[in-house]
Design a protein around this ligand. Structure first.
Ligand code: AMP
Length: 534
């Protein structure tokens, strides 16, 4: 089957496994616990090079799995000494916490001690924690420099220095802090810079502080041919992700679909959740035996399983006739996987449809996919209860009409004739339809509108085109003053005298507190909460 699939797909079935990467067993076990099936592109390329001792410039953005790409090599041979072994600099406190959390998971079977440090938290508490002994620090440049100046941390014997989201740190004006930090650090360290873009300032930094034989690794590729598949995305909140999928399935009624998850654990959880809601779904991933996988695949091919929930690895090389939909429950970690996933539908000149669920964190990956594939991924709204009802109603009606034409309902006529004596035929039919409806919708949907709009708040800012305000300047202004990540900023509308910007609800408070009243494009900015965009 493999050979045949390979020919049909032209897809290289050789998979690099985590176990091929020379990682310590403690790290491999932790990665397995995290449910990751195979290394992402950046991981497969960066991990071996870092393990060989090279410095690395990695062009990759959030969502590509870069944290594990540097985290696994850092943690690979670590023995806790209580002196700082590695420093990871991040532009914002959110990212520091996020990176720290991921590293804690990777370090599960090591004895390494980690600590996130950032402004806005009492420094005394961080000092106490550091004095108790810390091996890895993840922090924002300002706070880290402060701790160095107070002689609380010394980087004299660090082995690894990582600059995460280099371009964003420079955009936020951290260059002097970063250089000051680097200058205090061990000259024999390994240095790595991750950045989504490679502006000159990053190249200069690399030249000045990295070894001349540093490797440049990029997972950002341009323009890929995309099959003729209609592509849509839904903005969803993380907590509503599952209900959003159910609403989509209930309204769109996709016939035979593959639903992609990022991890083995994700596959198990989603397949189970779908089954418990009455969907005909089964999961497939690399922990299952070849035999189990073939059986699942056969049931899917025969149509006795409607939804195949799978990881990229499990779905690779399988070819299914008449696949109508590909659903990305989780976005993949690189563009090629996206192209490959959606290419499983729309074969043999049949129309295919691909849906992607996009949480605010996934937004930059969606943009990258759109840009590199030059494809038009259209936005769709999560169906409302009303739409679910109408769509089901139409579908039930269609099926009733079909059944009436087929004549094979006659055996029930005596029963209905009896019922007819006590109830009206209209009531009977409506009750039957209600039974079907309740059986077919997954949820007792109660909240009418779910989707991303609830996650965002709209802010009014008293600076506009007249002040020569540009989106980039506005983003920098908000991010650096409020210490929020770029990803928490959504649509920006710059009007003549003022602007509107959608921001993550969590970002409203820091923005109002730290940006309001500050100078922006030569004018003092008034910022207020405004009504949401329709
Ligand atoms: P990052 O780019 O490091 O922020 O990672 C993005 C997300 O992908 C995180 O939620 C990781 O836990 C997850 N992730 C990282 N590596 C893998 C992998 N090899 N397979 C599946 N998920 C991964």
């Amino acid at each position: 089957m493999k050979q045949e699939a390979q020919e049909k797909d032209g897809w290289d079935l050789k998979t690099i496994r985590f176990s091929d990467l020379n990682l310590d067993e403690r790290i491999l076990r932790a990665i397995d616990d995290m449910g990751f099936e195979e290394p992402s592109k950046i991981q497969a390329e960066v991990i071996p090079v870092l393990l060989q001792g090279y410095d690395v410039i990695g062009q990759a953005q959030t969502g590509t799995g870069k944290t594990l790409a540097f985290g696994a090599p850092i943690l690979n041979n670590i023995e806790s000494t209580g002196y700082i072994n590695s420093l990871i600099l991040t532009p914002t406190r959110e990212l520091a916490v996020q990176v720290n959390d991921e590293l804690v998971r990777i370090s599960k079977y090591t004895n390494a001690k980690l600590l996130p440090v950032y402004g806005g938290q009492p420094i005394e508490r961080q000092i106490k924690a550091i004095k108790r002994g810390v091996d890895i620090i993840v922090g924002t440049p300002g706070r880290v420099l402060d701790l160095i100046k107070r002689n609380v941390i010394s980087l004299k014997s660090i082995k690894f220095l990582i600059l995460d989201e280099g371009d964003q740190m420079l955009d936020m004006g951290f260059i002097h802090d970063i250089e000051a930090i680097i200058k205090t650090s061990n000259q024999d360290r390994q240095t790595m810079i991750f950045s989504a873009t490679m502006p000159d300032a990053i190249k200069k930094l690399a030249k000045r502080y990295m070894k001349p034989n540093a490797k440049h690794i990029s997972v950002i590729k341009n323009v890929m041919t995309i099959p003729t598949v209609e592509q849509y995305y839904y903005e969803v909140k993380n907590k509503d992700k599952f209900e959003s999928l159910c609403r989509i399935l209930d309204v769109e009624e996709p016939a035979i679909s593959i639903i992609f998850c990022r991890t083995k654990r994700g596959v198990d959880e989603l397949a189970q959740a779908l089954q418990s809601r009455g969907y005909n779904a089964e999961g497939m991933h690399g922990d299952m035996s070849q035999n189990q996988r073939l059986q699942t695949l056969n049931r899917f091919k025969k149509g006795s399983v409607e939804f195949l929930v799978a990881t990229d690895v499990a779905a690779r090389g399988i070819d299914i006739e008449g696949l109508s939909h590909v659903i990305n429950y989780d976005l993949p970690q690189d563009t090629e996987s996206y192209v490959h996933r959606i290419g499983r539908t729309g074969r043999a000149s049949r129309e295919g449809v691909a849906y992607s669920l996009v949480t605010p964190k996934d937004y930059s990956m969606l943009k990258l996919i759109q840009k590199t594939t030059k494809s038009n991924i259209k936005r769709k709204e999560i169906p409302t209860i009303d739409e679910i009802f109408h769509s089901k109603y139409r579908s039930i009606l269609r099926r009733i009409k079909n059944a009436l034409e087929k004549d094979d309902y006659k055996k029930f006529i005596p029963l209905v004739t009896e019922l007819d004596e006590d109830y009206s035929l209209v009531d009977i039919s409506a009750a039957l339809m209600n039974l079907v409806y309740n059986k077919e919708v997954a949820f007792d949907y109660s909240e009418d509108n779910i989707g991303s709009s609830g996650d965002y708040a709209r802010l009014f800012i008293s600076v506009g085109k007249m002040d020569r305000l540009k989106p980039k300047v506005l983003v920098r202004f908000l991010c650096s003053n409020a210490q929020i990540s770029r990803e928490s900023i959504g649509d920006i509308d710059i009007m003549k005298k003022f602007s509107f910007v959608d921001v993550d609800k969590d970002a409203v408070k820091p923005i109002l507190k730290h940006c309001s009243g500050k100078m922006l494009s030569g004018r003092r900015a008034t910022i207020q909460l405004s009504k949401p965009k329709k």
